[in-house]
Design a protein around this ligand. Structure first.
Ligand code: SF4
Length: 439
């Protein structure tokens, strides 16, 4: 899932100010969380992006040409807000286009995907090269952080990717797949638990590749994490369908701590398009894995990324995707129009689809996705679920997520933040699920 959100994190008391802006995937957000904690530990106060700051840290994405352009606009905005402050540009776009970024007015430091954690080493140097890009993109160990208002934490277990999906630039930006050891992941997980987190989401670029790159099995890592005292909920971020093994499913269903929520990218429901995308599965493979998940977790929430308008996608190809996602128990759609990315195989393909056609296909799938999520949400009424509460909204409802990732609203005068409470799901109204606490 690709996002763009301005970080708005906690305060400390020192005079120095730092602001952050993160683009791209959950992994980037996780990494920004870790880096922001480093600034807080050094006495910085975190202010909103766009406010005057001594340091502005932009964690970039290069998934599309549009993402690159957004990054450059953010740099301009940061300079306008803080012409005397330092601007640090890090991450995937920085890795791919460092000289261009370094020439932009106001940019002091350009850090690649593996150097972003070394920001503190470079920041205090008097005279320094602006660009720090390590082409080998070494892995640096597990990184942990909190996002989502400090109730869910993310544990990075893997980075990079050995696949060559034809639309994707990420393997060039983040390099080949690498992973942390089980020992290192457990150490980081314990740190998160000691900070009070109850839920951990395992993240990476292609976490299903954990097994082939760490030499240790993902199922073994999951098993060890599930055994940790203090950990109450564990889930995986996006996992490529071809990497979900029976062994992994067995481990996941062996513990109630493993949540019945999955994110399995589909991208297309048409075999010709999947082949052209160089994905590693067919439509039948995808169906098989979804069916296995539903057999193991009958009430699972299942998210899927879908790209509309890949080069050469005919109406029939699109209809196949529509039919597949309608038929399968996919509950959370993440729909994107194909966006041309230079230096990718797909970018050089013929038959690029007209923008209005892509737009219409995206709209069609979003409508289907909304309808399916509403049906799934309504189906929860009458059942109970453990809910991890995140925040109280302006209307006085506490909001949190069920195990299968449905947002629930509960009225309570108690402070429910970061509490996991059994909730009776009582009503679906105006596309929202309401519940009551069970004592
Ligand atoms: S699996 Fe494919 S889409 Fe995902 S990062 Fe690797 S190359 Fe990109």
């Amino acid at each position: 899932m690709w996002l763009t959100v301005e970080n708005n994190l906690v305060n400390s008391t020192d005079n120095k100010k730092v602001s952050f802006h993160t683009l791209g995937c959950r992994l980037n957000f996780s990494e920004t969380g870790t880096i922001s904690q480093g600034f807080v530990d050094r006495g910085y106060e975190i202010v909103e992006f766009g406010e005057q700051a001594d340091v502005t840290f932009i964690n970039t994405c290069t998934v599309t040409d549009a993402a690159d352009s957004t990054c450059r606009n953010l740099i301009r905005k940061a300079y306008k807000a803080s012409p005397d402050g330092k601007i640090v540009v890090a991450g995937c776009y920085a890795q791919m286009d460092a000289p261009k970024i370094a020439k932009m007015t106001g940019v002091d430091l350009v850090l690649g995907t593996s150097e972003k954690y070394k920001v503190f080493d470079y920041l205090n140097e008097e005279e320094t090269d602006a660009i720090h890009i390590d082409k080998s993109v070494d892995f640096y160990g597990a990184a942990t952080s909190s996002v989502d208002g400090h109730t869910r934490s993310f544990l990075k277990i893997q980075d990079g990717c050995n696949y060559v999906c034809s639309f994707c630039i990420i393997p060039f930006a983040r390099g080949r797949s690498k992973a942390v050891t089980i020992e290192s992941a457990i150490t980081e997980a314990k740190k998160l638990l000691s900070q009070g987190f109850k839920e951990i989401v395992l993240t990476g670029v292609n976490i299903g590749e954990y097994e082939s790159t760490s030499g240790e099995k993902l199922s073994d890592l999951v098993k060890e994490l599930l055994a940790l005292d203090g950990l109450e909920r564990l889930r995986l971020a996006s996992v490529e369908p071809n990497t979900i093994t029976d062994e992994l499913l067995e481990v996941m269903k062996s513990s109630p701590k493993f949540l019945d929520h999955f994110h399995i990218p589909l991208q297309s429901g048409d075999d010709t398009i999947l082949t052209n995308m160089r994905r590693k599965y067919s439509v039948d493979d995808y169906k098989r894995i979804i069916n296995k998940i539903i057999t193991a977790f009958p009430n699972a929430g299942i998210g899927a990324d879908i790209i509309c308008g890949f080069p050469g996608e005919t109406d029939e190809n699109f209809q196949n995707t529509f039919n597949l996602v309608k038929e399968l128990p996919i509950t959370h759609f993440h729909v994107f129009p194909y966006s041309k990315r230079k230096n990718t195989m797909a970018g050089k393909m013929d038959d690029h689809i007209q923008h209005p056609v892509k737009k219409q296909r995206v709209k069609t799938l979003i409508m289907l996705g909304d309808a399916k999520l509403n049906m799934f949400t309504e189906d929860q009424v009458g059942s109970n679920s453990e809910v991890l509460f995140e925040r109280e909204n302006k209307e006085g409802y506490w909001e949190g997520y069920t195990t299968n990732f449905v947002r629930v609203f509960v009225k309570s005068s108690q402070n429910l933040k970061n509490q996991i409470i059994n909730v009776q799901l009582t009503e679906f109204k105006d596309n929202k699920l309401y519940g009551e606490l069970i004592n």
